[in-house]
Write a new protein. Structure first.
Length: 133
């Protein structure tokens, strides 16, 4: 594996996140499989905290999975717009993409305005409780 290539699973509803929350599914061990494919120095468990209902529980489970498999964790933001103020524009673009009105796209839109590109200091503050564990 080239040293400049790394991987981190992102999807909050993806296999790794799902398996980490439901211990009975951990037999598939996707974290170990990905670590073997990319190497332990090139694979990170990705934590996302956009202040949505299940973020805290999922991040705790993912941190436990990282520890079990000797992997590092990286804090990201699941970014969909560069500044918070652009969340309404993003909502409009989602409606246009789906050929629906704003009211009809509630399920397709982001849950809040927290999916913006944060400064490193903001990320550090947001994940400070996770680092203390």
């Amino acid at each position: 594996m080239p040293p400049d290539l790394s991987a981190s699973p992102a999807a909050p509803k993806g296999t790794l996140a799902y398996d980490s929350v439901f211990p009975e599914r951990r037999g598939s061990q996707p974290g170990r499989r990905y670590r073997d494919w990319f190497g332990p120095d090139n694979y990170y468990i990705e934590l996302q905290n956009n202040l949505v209902q299940s973020d805290t529980a999922r991040n705790r489970s993912l941190l436990a999975l990282a520890k079990e498999n000797g992997l590092k964790a990286v804090a990201t933001g699941n970014v969909h717009y560069h500044v918070r103020e652009r969340h309404r524009l993003h909502d409009c673009l989602v409606a246009i993409r789906n050929c629906k009105s704003l009211e009809e796209t509630h399920r397709e839109r982001r849950a809040n305005s927290e999916f913006y590109l944060r400064q490193p200091s903001e990320l550090a503050a947001l994940y400070s409780s996770a680092r203390k564990r």
